[in-house]
Design a binder for this molecule. Structure first.
Ligand code: ATP
Ligand code: MG
Length: 279
């Protein structure tokens, strides 16, 4: 069974006349690292909001069709029940962190769920090791750097053991080094826990190397959803995504000129292997 399943789902915000999500049919499976790509305003954040019931329960609007999380309808199931299965870190994690210290921030969700103290301590220990924030436990979340806040937000969601962890443009507030570290952490979470990671991100060069699949969205419609190798070779990806690594454009042009007729290599190693094979 898919973790998240869309059935002809459309949505428009109350004030808008056109649909911001248009007839979405999408299946999200377990243990995948998924890049959500699309131009600004294409509907990435809106799609993310519909993955745990915030749309249409929290954001007012009109919808058609349905979305299921583990078989639970996102209209009928209370948001807290959905958000423990599909956790979202929003673009500005500062607004999401509410406690006076990091340890309490991480414990907060479990306290609400009535998790016994001993089990709580065990889980907190595990996530602080995984996210490498041991040294921040006594600090106030609002005093931390963007990258540190990002880690704390991830830890506070991860501790609830969601099957899907979604990040909306995590690196927009981070420098490239910090962004790379966060992506590495997310890959580690997928590998160690089998969590599906969905990440909306303009810095393709950082995410593509670790991604399994790409979802390409344009004007509220899913144009492509497939393995990254397949999507990168599609005209839709080549035409819609202007900030892609330049090497893809080079190979795409070579394909057009019939000088190259295989799949565009998606890693540095694969590119070098091909270049070496030329002589
Ligand atoms: N709360 C809202 N109320 C009304 N319209 C909204 C709201 N949030 C987003 N929209 C509109 O929905 C469309 C999709 O916006 P969305 O934020 O999902 O795009 P995005 O792909 O995340 O863009 P970006 O890359 O800039 O973050 C846009 O036309 C936007 O103006
Ligand atoms: Mg957005």
């Amino acid at each position: 069974m898919s973790l998240i399943k869309y059935n002809n789902f459309s949505f428009r915000y109350k004030k808008n006349e056109t649909y911001q999500l248009n007839t979405i049919n999408l299946k999200i499976e377990q243990n995948k690292f998924i890049l959500l790509a699309g131009a600004t305003g294409s509907g990435k954040t809106t799609l993310i909001r519909s993955m745990n019931g915030l749309i249409p329960q929290f954001y007012a609007g009109f919808y058609k069709g349905s979305v299921e999380v583990n078989g639970k309808d996102t209209v009928e199931t209370p948001i807290p029940d959905l958000s423990t299965e599909v956790g979202i870190v929003f673009q500005n994690p500062e607004n999401q962190l509410i406690s006076m210290n990091v340890e309490h921030e991480i414990a907060f969700g479990m306290e609400n769920l009535g998790v016994p103290r001993e089990e709580m301590n065990k889980k907190i220990k595990e996530v602080i090791q995984l996210t490498e924030i041991e040294h921040l436990l006594d600090r106030a979340p609002f005093e931390l750097s963007g990258g540190e806040q990002q880690r704390v937000a991830i830890a506070s969601i991860l501790v609830l053991e969601p099957q899907v962890l979604i990040l909306d443009e995590p690196s927009s507030l981070l420098d490239p080094m910090m962004a790379k570290k966060i992506i590495k952490l997310l890959k580690k979470i997928q590998t160690e826990k089998g969590t599906t990671i969905i990440i909306s991100e303009h810095r393709m060069d950082l995410v593509i190397p670790v991604a399994d699949e790409i979802i390409l969205i344009s004007e509220g419609k899913i144009l492509e959803h497939d393995t990254k190798d397949n999507v990168i070779n599609k005209d839709n990806f080549q035409n819609q995504i202007i900030n892609k690594p330049v090497i893809y454009s080079i190979f795409n042009q070579l394909k057009k000129e019939k000088l190259y007729n295989e799949k565009i290599p998606t890693s540095i190693l694969a590119t070098i292997k091909y270049l070496k094979s030329l002589n």
